[in-house]
Design a protein around this ligand. Sequence first.
Ligand code: NI
Length: 394
Amino acid sequence: MLKEQIEKLAVAINQDVVSNRRHLHAHPELSFKEYETSAFIKRKLDEMEIPWQPVADTGILAIIHGDKPSDQVIALRADMDALAITEANNVEYASLLKGVMHACGHDVHTASLLGTARILQSIKSEFGGIVKLIFQPAEEKLPGGASVMIKEGVLENPKPHAVIGQHVMPSIATGKIGIRKGKHMASMDELYVTVHGKGGHGAQPHQNIDPVLIAAHIIIALQQVVSRMANPHMPTVLSFGKLIANGTNNVIPDQVYLEGTFRTLDEDWRTEAHSRIKKMAETIAESMGGRCEFKIVKGYPFLVNEEKLTEQVYSYARHYLGNENVQDLEIWMAAEDFAYYSQVADSCFYLLGTGNKARGITAAVHTPVFDIDENALTVSTGLMAYIAVKRLGN
Ligand code: NI
């Protein structure tokens, strides 16, 4: 009954959700600068007569009270920020701002949460409990909008019994979602390394201290952290994507600069790995006559989907979409600042299928040609509304 009602509403409001998504897509804003996006959301909330308050500058916390008696509280979260990418899609709703693009689907998440809000607001009399709508800035930029929103109290007064989030996923077909119980996404730390040597003529290596060779040894040796020190049961990734040794064919430079990323899913191991990585790199540089400055900038923690809540979300999703449309996910070594909610409250984060191979909608997120199958927007709005009212005990 409730299911059919929500399904119908999700279809009825679809045009509006699509047009909101297109508006947001055309007007992307970078992390912590989502001013127009924030104003747009506030206008839409006002139109729906949903009370809201600003949080963390551009963030918003809105609240819907179900009319029936219940002490249950659930929080639904959408991120709002775009990326520094120039859109290459030739669509009518393409980004109007060169160099900024919603290439991670956060326009979809925001438009969807507005849609879910509209559904919930229109069936207020049918459910009890409190729904907190979290429109969160800056998922893409450290320290992460989630950590700021939490610090500013979005999970207090009242505390939610569950926090739910979703993310677009082009590798999952539209109409389906993917979920994983337990640890799901990795912690992410940024590595910044400067190897100091002594530059000079390439023909006289004995008079120099070669930072290029030192850097090469460091890169290779650090793979032991993954292959020899990490517990084989604990996924661990260490990758370097930047290596600048700006000499020439016969000039050894004074220094080499490296940037990398470290990812895992265990806080104790994360801390231990940091100290091992640093020590190993510094010792290697020193033993080769050079010096290494190793800076680790801590990013997001790992994301864990609380078992009991996720089991519930699983069954609600199967009921809403059909068993065949809810798939299991493997651990994913990407990071997501929803992890902050998952560290302090029972949380569940699932992936929304937005791909469509037949229509050529397959591009990965964070690429200039990323787009979604907008048919996913009836799933994204309706399913989250259904999860909310079911979880609130209706
Ligand atoms: Ni994202």
